[in-house]
Ligand binder design. Structure first.
Ligand SMILES: [Zn+2]
Length: 303
């Protein structure tokens, strides 16, 4: 069962406040329409009534798929600058609602679940695309380093991270940010042979083991783990109050919620992110330096 609630969203351009019904939890197995919208890039794309700006309401929400055994906490993309404050929250929610406070039957479903934290709907989309194609997201994130290495000189910052857009048995397509002064959202579209990713999977216990471990040491399975590492001072800290507020209990499928909980949720100011605004965040402040055409089987074009 998917759960929706009214949240007060702020237009990222004119700061107009509006109350919108947005997803707090999605049951991926049953929410076929929402799943397709996520894949199509139309999920929770809203238009500001005051200024016409189109923006995305990108969480916090939880995406659960019992068939695929995915438990994914989705946070607003601007929160990624402090991913270490949020990544443990989906694991905590999983522990509470699949292990600690549930009947033995539910507990029996828990083994094998992959718990993830992502920032922004686009990153959720990438997880779904990878899973549908049978690509382990830990392998995928490690492979991206190899992909970037093959694309020539660049700044290895978070904003350079490729995004998997599609994958089949024979190939995979990535969008790789290549911003220009007049086109900050420009991406190279890079098609690779699927075998390149499968090669990393084959060596996951060998040459690629350390890299895979580095990008998947917690629920935030992402190159961001090594491009923007957890500060020493933050290591070992518990999630912040904001993170705990992010994935509370209101998303729990089928659970009657207390009046107090509903009231708290309704008062909460939701988060809305302009499409692509993650690239406008601090993470995007690093510029890609020289651009050089990639070689080999990678054929970029700019879109
Ligand atoms: Zn507006």
């Amino acid at each position: 069962m998917s759960v929706y609630e009214d949240r007060v969203l702020t237009c990222p351009r004119c700061q107009d406040l509006s109350t919108q019904s947005v997803a707090v939890s999605l049951d991926g197995e049953r929410a076929a329409r929402q799943r397709q919208e996520i894949l199509d890039g139309t999920f929770q794309r809203l238009t500001c009534a005051a200024c016409g700006e189109v923006f995305v309401a990108d969480g916090p929400l939880i995406y659960i798929d019992f068939d695929a055994k995915r438990w994914i906490g989705v946070f607003p993309s601007p929160w990624e600058v402090a991913w270490w404050d949020h990544e443990d929250e989906p694991q905590g929610a999983f522990q509470r609602y699949m292990l600690d406070h549930c009947p033995p039957l539910v507990r029996s479903w828990a083994p094998g679940f992959a718990v993830r934290a992502v920032f922004g709907i686009e990153r959720l989309r990438e997880k779904l695309v990878a899973h549908d194609a049978g690509i382990d997201d830990r392998v995928l994130e490690a492979y991206k380093l190899d992909l970037l290495r093959g694309l020539g000189p660049y700044d290895l910052g978070p904003s350079a991270r490729p995004r998997l857009r599609s994958a089949s048995a024979t190939d995979a397509v990535f969008h790789v940010p290549r911003p220009a002064p007049d086109a900050p959202d420009r991406c190279a579209i890079v098609r690779i042979a699927r075998a390149e990713i499968d090669r990393v999977a084959t060596l996951r216990d060998g040459a690629w083991a350390a890299t895979i471990e580095a990008v998947s040491a917690g629920p935030y399975v992402d190159l961001g783990r090594i491009f923007a590492p957890r500060p020493i001072a933050a290591a070992g800290c518990l999630a912040t109050g904001e993170a705990r507020q992010g994935l509370g209990d209101e998303w729990l499928p089928g659970t009657p919620r207390s009046r107090a909980t509903r009231g708290r949720a309704a008062r909460r100011t939701g988060s809305a992110t302009r499409r692509g605004s993650s690239r406008a965040s601090r993470w995007a402040s690093r510029r890609s330096i020289p651009r050089r055409g990639p070689s080999g089987s990678r054929r970029p074009r700019h879109g």
